[in-house]
Ligand binder design. Structure first.
Ligand SMILES: Cc1cc2nc3c(=O)[nH]c(=O)nc-3n(C[C@H](O)[C@H](O)[C@H](O)COP(=O)(O)O)c2cc1C
Ligand SMILES: C=C(O[C@@H]1CC(C(=O)O)=C[C@@H](OP(=O)(O)O)[C@H]1O)C(=O)O
Length: 388
């Protein structure tokens, strides 16, 4: 299974094309829209999100709510495009038209300067339009199709906010997946621990008031995973590696950890590894899940627990020093709009990129021309590994 996304932030639309989804998966635009609306929301976002209404149109690969096995294309219109038609149009401008609003002032922390140098673009709009996290809407659309597929074989995925700036949410090991989903879907901060919401909001409000930005930590849980997804036999088949790469590819993410992650550096082996037991009903079990569901690049059958850290947003109302590439003079940029904190939105993005990788591992491992074939293969495999 693979997918491509296309589209500029202020261009006409985003397009996602997915290839490799089995036939007969029930798929409705409203399921994808549920994910998109969650991504678009979240406390701390800027004015752009009030302009957009992220609703998908399915333009191929689905008939009467069911996939055909052919490529699925999803289109998401940018409502902001109407304000940018002259700047973003694909046709050449008439000779005497002045190209307005050329971007020559790179923002520290964004892709502007590196991209301009690499692609020989003196108007850095040609870089920022694609480096913008607007693209994550297209990735969430792909991930929500993956989530539909996973749900059919008993796997649920949730991304939520673990920390914003210095405010850390408590773990809630007592909650079921359904409860975690319900709580986080209701929360403007996308947390499963509502007791920290007010402190998180206050931290975001303070950063905004100071013209600054803040980041945080997102966490994703995947439950119902069969043992043995991924493989130890070759580096590029290790599923934890694929998930880590995918999480790191989300705009502004600077680190990934599984289970206790970086904390294991200061612990002993006896405090870190997850002991193995067996019972007739459930097969092999782990007494703990400190490694976050992975050994040898393969799932252990315990929930996948993965965290990603997001840096503060680069575009600041309180600007940092930079250099205008036309004048070579130092400037302090003034900006029009930006998010102050996008960690809640990023948690939804992370949920969907992880879902994609897990679904991809499933489709690598099991025959899946159509959904019943996949479901039977997964059920047989679960039974074989239970009795092993
Ligand atoms: C959901 C989301 C929203 C974002 N919103 C903004 C924003 O409003 N302004 C900004 O400068 N960066 C924003 N970013 C971060 C930039 O897209 C990112 O820092 C930039 O593409 C450079 O890539 P890097 O940080 O991964 O190196 C956002 C990221 C995410 C995930
Ligand atoms: C458009 C989205 O996020 C954008 C990501 C982004 C960036 O630089 O990454 C900058 C902002 O865009 P604009 O400059 O148009 O205000 C965000 O709004 C979105 O998430 O859908």
């Amino acid at each position: 299974m693979r997918y491509l996304t296309a589209g500029e932030s202020h261009g006409k639309q985003l397009t996602t094309i997915i290839e490799g989804i089995p036939a007969h998966l029930q798929l409705l635009a409203e399921d994808i829209n549920h994910s998109l609306i969650r991504r678009q929301g979240g406390y701390g976002r800027g004015r752009r999100m009030k302009i957009e209404k992220d609703l998908i149109e399915i333009t191929s690969g689905v008939r009467h709510g069911s996939t055909l096995g052919s490529p699925i294309s999803l289109v998401l219109k940018n409502d902001d495009y109407k304000h940018w038609i002259d700047i973003m149009g694909a046709d050449p401008l008439p000779n005497d038209t002045e190209i307005r609003r050329q971007v020559t002032k790179p923002r520290p922390g964004h892709a502007d300067l590196n991209g301009a140098l690499k692609y020989n673009q003196r108007d850095m709009r040609n870089i920022l339009e694609r480096s913008s996290a607007r693209e994550t809407a297209a990735r969430v659309a792909a991930g929500s199709v993956a989530k539909q597929l996973l749900r059919e074989i008993g796997i649920e995925v949730l991304g939520f906010v673990k920390q914003i700036y210095q405010v850390e949410a408590n773990d809630r090991p007592e909650l079921t997946m359904k409860e975690k989903q319900e709580i986080s879907y209701q929360s403007a901060l996308h947390v499963i621990d509502p007791s920290v919401e007010e402190d998180m909001k206050a931290a975001i409000d303070q950063a905004k008031q100071d013209g600054d930005s803040i980041g945080g930590i997102c966490e994703v849980h995947v439950e119902g995973v069969p043992v043995g997804l991924g493989s130890h036999v070759h580096f590029d088949r290790k599923l934890d590696g694929k998930i880590a790469g995918s999480v790191m590819s989300i705009n502004a993410f600077k680190g990934v950890e599984f289970g206790e992650g970086f904390k294991v550096a200061s612990k002993r082996g006896s405090e870190v590894h997850d002991e193995i037991s067996f019972n007739e009903q459930d097969g092999y079990q782990r007494e703990s899940n400190r490694l976050g569901g992975f050994e040898g690049g393969m799932t252990t059958g315990m929930p996948i627990i993965v965290k990603g850290v997001m840096k503060p947003i680069p575009t600041l109302y309180k600007p940092l020093n930079s250099v205008d590439i036309d004048t070579k003079e130092t400037f302090k940029a003034s900006i029009e709009r930006s998010d102050s904190c996008a960690v809640p939105a990023a948690a939804v993005v992370m949920e969907h990129v992880v879902a994609w990788e897990v679904a991809n591992a499933i489709l690598d491992q099991f025959p899946a021309d159509f959904m019943d074939q996949l479901k039977k293969a997964v059920a047989d495999y679960r039974e074989r590994t239970r009795l092993f």
